[in-house]
Design a binder for this molecule. Structure first.
Ligand code: ZN
Length: 486
């Protein structure tokens, strides 16, 4: 009804057809993602899309292009548009046209009101009980989300950064330098981790390391642009919004304030504003074709292992260091592009451009190969940190930003609003590893740490734990979120 009213009011000569065609093509594109992949265009999906454009992330955009998408747009967008072009619309003289349109609006409105009144009890009950359905109103819900996103961005531009944690200071129990790696995982879901009880062996290397694996971890959001800033924010998930977080210092800023050197290395997209004040090396934007990990315009995550030496050699050898590695992990929909051939262990895999073209088993196989490769990359980083042990106390933390749907109930990928999202999109793997010297110097109680594995944990734990592993004291730190037990 809203669309019809819009066309009656602004659909004048030279405007009606272009407007109708734009609406048809836009709706056809949206409906493909909603019907076929299970994606909903809420504010966070708009934010994700804008971030992808801002990051100039052509790889991510082209991965979404596929034959089924083109087919859907032709059928639901292009063909109806050709019909619109073909129809001959006769416009009357201005006054007559106006009267006719007003008559149509009144008549149309009367029919709609009559229908609602006749079924009043049912329609009010239905709309109250099924508020979630509004997210499927295409394209109106997407328009509303775009409006909401623009408003929140305007608020952000008007406000200035609130500095928090200015009292931060390190108070270390030993003089030994600490080197830590924080891995921001991508699209890993916990249920496909054998460390989380998955029947397939997807963590053959990590299971041999003495890692603490937090079995019941929930993510902050269901998309990268929402979750990544949340993982480094001092705001709890309940109080968090990406705009609110961007307007105050995050845990990386506080670590730097306390004297820890921080560097962000990105092989995914960008740090989503988190490293704005700390510095970033972006591999995804500048892949090296000479690299042994180079493949089809990007580099496999193992490239990050070699980067460790490169960045550490440029740093002050006295200061503690945190290297944040943002991996490409299990980023879809082309999971098969995330790992070298030797990690294609679970076969047959899916090499189509859109996951719904493959069987469920092929999708799961391909996805499991990405988890197997991430297991390898994280193990390689632990190996690297072990080699630094004689001079440094070392540790590693890994947490994925959100999970993934692999076609269960027709839902693929991620990004559903949290209240609609299946557990597959919000139950994420999180783990930590500490070198023997770190455990000794920091007097870590490993058996108590093991007990936390079964507890409920979330992204809310990360920022406070990062402050704690570097012995940073500040009024912003909350012990109840700290995963370290001393
Ligand atoms: Zn992500």
């Amino acid at each position: 009804m809203v669309i019809a009213l819009l066309l009656y009011v602004v659909g004048q000569k030279f405007i009606l057809k272009p407007l109708a065609i734009t609406l048809l093509l836009f709706s056809a594109t949206l409906s493909y993602f909603t019907q076929e992949i299970g994606v909903i265009f809420d504010i966070d999906m708009v934010r994700n899309t804008v971030e992808t454009i801002k990051d100039n992330n052509k790889q991510e955009a082209t991965e979404l292009l596929s034959y089924p998408l083109v087919k859907h747009i032709v059928f639901y967008g292009v063909l109806p548009s050709l019909f619109v072009l073909w129809v001959n619309v006769s416009y009357k003289k201005i006054f007559k046209e106006l009267v006719t349109r007003i008559a149509y609006i009144i008549g149309f409105g009367a029919v709609v009101v009559a229908l609602i009144m006749m079924n009043f009890k049912y329609t009010t009950y239905f709309s109250r009980e099924n508020r979630d359905l509004r997210v499927y109103l295409t394209p109106l819900y997407a328009f509303d989300s775009i409006k909401g996103y623009v408003k929140s961005e305007q608020r952000k531009h008007k406000a200035s950064l609130k500095l928090i944690g200015q009292d931060a200071k390190q108070n270390k129990p030993s003089a030994q330098r600490s080197i830590g790696i924080m891995i921001v995982g991508e699209t890993s879901r916990a249920e496909n981790y054998s460390l989380n009880g998955y029947s397939r062996e997807t963590n053959p290397k990590l299971k041999k390391e003495s890692v603490i694996y937090y079995k019941n971890t929930s993510s902050c959001g269901t998309s990268t642009a929402y979750s990544v800033p949340c993982m480094f924010s001092l705001l709890n998930r309940d109080d968090y919004s990406p705009v609110k977080a961007s307007l105050q210092s995050n845990s990386l800023d506080i670590l730097e304030k306390a004297g820890v050197e921080v560097i962000w290395i990105d092989n995914n997209s960008s740090c989503k504003g988190v490293c704005e004040r700390t510095g970033e090396i972006n591999i995804r934007k500048n892949p090296d074709p000479e690299s042994p990990f180079y493949s089809d315009g990007e580099e496999f995550d193992e490239v990050l292992v070699g980067k460790m030496d490169e960045v550490l050699s440029k740093m002050n050898s006295q200061q503690d260091v945190l290297v944040v590695l943002h991996v490409l992990g299990s980023h879809g929909p082309k999971y098969y592009k995330r790992y070298p051939d030797e990690f294609s262990v679970f076969e047959p895999s899916c090499k189509k451009s859109s996951p719904q073209e493959c069987t469920d088993q092929e999708i799961v196989n391909t996805y499991d190969n990405t988890i197997l490769y991430t297991d390898h990359v994280v193990s390689q980083l632990i190996k690297y940190l072990k080699e630094q042990q004689s001079e440094n106390d070392t540790f590693l933390i890994y947490a994925s930003d959100h999970g993934e749907s692999l076609g269960e109930n027709g839902v693929y990928l991620h990004g559903l609003p949290y209240f609609l999202a299946p557990k597959a999109q919000t139950h994420v793997p999180m783990l930590s590893w500490f070198s023997e010297k770190y455990i000794k110097n920091q007097k870590i109680d490993m058996s108590a740490m093991k007990n936390i594995e079964e507890e409920k944990t979330s992204h809310d734990n990360l920022s406070h734990t990062l402050l704690s592993v570097f012995n940073v004291e500040t009024t912003e730190y909350k012990k109840e979120y700290d995963l370290l037990v001393r």
